[in-house]
Every structure is written in structure tokens, then in C-alpha cells.
Write a protein that binds this ligand. Sequence first.
Ligand code: PAF
Length: 281
Amino acid sequence: MIVCRTIAELRAARARLPSPVGFVPTMGYLHDGHLALVRRCRAENAATVVSIFVNPTQFDRQDDFAGYPRDVPRDMGLLDEEGVNIVFVPSAEEMYPPGFKTIVRVREITDVLEGAHRPGHFDGVATVVTKLFNIVMPDRAYFGQKDAQQVVVVKRLVADLNIPIELRVVPTVREPDGLAMSSRNVRLSPEGRRVAPILYRALSEAQAAWRSGRERDAEALRRLVRARVGQEPRIRLEYVSVAHRETLQELNGEVTDGLLSLAAWIDDVRLIDNVILEEEP
Ligand code: PAF
């Protein structure tokens, strides 16, 4: 595995890779969710590039950025074992040198859900993803469904800016008790970790109610999730949403297809999760 720390090194190594090249952007502290992206990428491409960069511009709170878990040596070991060709580990100065002024902003779909609660988050994501795409120039890029809004935003960005990269979305990987894998899970206290699976349980129950036809009303579905999560006083729900899968606008009345998502705080850890309201695949 070749380790590149500068854009020049990455470009030189990338030029020698066979095609097609797949790319998995990450912020490191890898778990099985990331490895599912890497494995899918490896299976579908002749070469795989992974980036590890805790992007400072997508954090709306300095304490969240500072406390974001990091272990690059361990990540490199895991990626090497997976047979990754190149890992790109740039510094913040390499990505944002003095004089940096450009922001990529995707409008409207970034004003809701995560965007409404994390000001500037998606400007940071859209900007860094555009930069990484321009640097790595992959044929395909892999993103996890857990960050559902990020997927919608990156799809829009790629279409609007005519970026010749095919996006592939990989289902959320979960712990045996249903908790969505996230680098943030390690920051949960034992008690917080014990109660966290209720988030997915609440989403799944609402999804089952929708699928069986028992409950199709958007507000009633939101209420079901709030009531279930509300049974656990340690959890503070930030939002529960039933939204259109592309516009991300909140739905009202009967739902025929949608994205059911939530964000919640457990102690000082913010977690997100979602399920799709569609017929059983
Ligand atoms: O999903 C993430 O880990 C990040 O938002 C990404 C796509 C690597 C951009 O920093």
C-alpha cells in the first residue's frame, strides 16, 4: 500500500494505477462500516484509493472536531490488510493552504435536517469532497447510506458540476443490537451505549408500521419514533423527520415513499440514523 501525504505524491501514484479506480473518502477511525465500503470498492474496481482526513471545515463545533477519534496507524494497518492500493492522508495545511477562499455550496437540500442543526456542515463536506474528487479523479466513489443527506448532497453536486464520477451507496452496517456503526460510538459511556440501540429500534418499528400499512401518515410516523425514543430519558431527540428522498422536504399526510431519519444526543454524543420507507426489497 502506498501512503501519500501530499497532493503531488497522490497524483503521481494515482497515474500508475490500473482502471477503473474506486475511491472511499473517510475521516478515519475506521470501523466495519468503512470496511464494507472498501470491500465493495475493491470488488468493483481494479484499484482502490482511500483518504483519511478529519476535515475541519465540516465541524460546526470546535469541541467536536477536537474530540473526533483518531488513530491513523491502526487505520493504515486495516487498509493494508484489505488490499487498498493508495491511502491519502493529507494535513489540513495541504488541503487548505494560506489564501484558500473557495466554498462549494449546494443550496436548499442543505438547509434542512443535518444542515439546519449543523450550520456550515455541508459547505465543508461539499468543498472537501469536490477537492478530493479533483485530486483523486476516481471512476467511482463509495458513500454509506448512514449519512443519507450527505449522499443526496453529493449526488446533486456531482450532477450539477458535471463531475464524471459514478456514486455507489452502500447500506448502513450495524452492530448486532442494531446500533449503526459510527466512529462516534466509542465516545458513548457504557450506559449510553446500552440505551443507544433504541434509536434504530424506533426507526424499524415505524418502518414496519408503514410497510404493513398500519400507519402511513407522516406526522403519526414521526410521533411513533418520538414516543419510542422518549421512553429512554437519557436520550434527547434533536429531530425526527419523514422527508422526500431527493428534495429532503418534510412530508405531510400519506407517505408513499420517504426517508425516515433522526438525530439524537446521548450524553454529549450526537448520533444520526435513518431507514428508507419503501417496500421490502
Ligand atoms: O462521511 C465522511 O466521513 C465525511 O463527511 C467525508 C465524506 C469523508 C468528507 O469529509
